[in-house]
Ligand binder design. Sequence first.
Ligand code: ZN
Length: 316
Amino acid sequence: MPYQSLTLPDFAAKFATVDSCLEAIVQRRWPDGWKCRHCGGVRYHRLRTRRVLQCATRSCRRQTSITAGTIFAQAKLALPKVFLAIYLMTDKQGVSAMALRKHLGCHYDTAHRLLMLLRGAMADRDQAYALQGVVQVDEAYVGGHGDGRHRRGRARDTKRVIAVAVEQSASDVSGFVHLEALPAADSESLHGMVLEKIKPGARLLTDEWQGYNGIGDKGYDHQPTISPGGHAASLQWPLVHRAISNCTRWLLGTHRNFCLRYLPEYLAEFCWRTNRRNRSKQDHDRNTREATLPDRLLTIACRQRPRPRTAAGKAA
Ligand SMILES: [Zn+2]
C-alpha cells in the first residue's frame, strides 16, 4: 500500500513499536530477501531483544545487525521517533530542528543531528545524476536578511553565493534541479559546478556574467544572453528564478534563522524534495510501491551508508 494514503496518525500507529520499524527496515534493506553471508541460508529468526537477524541454519546461527551502517544506528533516538521524523521531514515544507525537537520531545542537538544525517543521504542519492539537454544556469545570493536582491554593501557579507542549474524540457517545464553553494561567483567555481553536474554536449543558457566565459570551449553549447536585469530577468530564465524563489521561501519559512554553515545540506534537501516531487506524482499514477516521499526517504535511510561530511558539504 502506498504511504500517501497514510495520515500522520495512521503512519504513527503503523510504526508505533520498535518491532514494526525493524520489520520495515528488513524489507527495505533486503528487498529480494535476506541471505546469510556465511552459509547462504535464506531463513532467519529475528531476535526479540536485539536488532539482529539470526541465521536459521542449525550449524550456522550467525547474526546480522539490522541497522548497522544505516542512519537508524547513528540516530540516538528510538526507532518510532526516527520514522516519525522521516514523515515530518517529507511533509509539505519539511521540518526544522527546533520544530522536530518539540514534536519528538528530544534534545535540539539530537534533532539537528538526525536531520543532517538524512540530508547527507539525500545528497549522496543525487550526487551521481548529471543534468543534460537544455540547462538554464544562474547564480543567486541567499542568507542574511531580505530576499537577497535589494541590499548592498555590508549586508552582502552575511550572504552566500549559490549556483542554480535547471533542465529545461521542450514544454518549458523544469526537469532535474541542482543548487550548490559556491566559494565565489567566479569562473573557477562556476566552471567547476558545470563540469561536475552537467553532461558535456548540453546547451547552457546563461546571462553574460564573465564567470561563464570560456565554458563553451569545454564541451558545451554555451549561449550567453544579455540580462535585461530586474523583473525582466525572471521572465527570460523563468525556471532558475522559480527554483531560487522557492528555495529562498522554503529556507526563510521553514528554517527561519538557518545557519549558513549548513547551507550545502539545506540545498541538498531542497533539491532532493524538488526532484522527487514531480516524479512521485508520475509514480503514483503508475501505482508503484515507491510512490511517496516518506517511502523514498525511508528507503534511502535503510540502504545508504552515511559518511561523515565536511563543512563544504562534500562526502569525505
Ligand atoms: Zn548462516
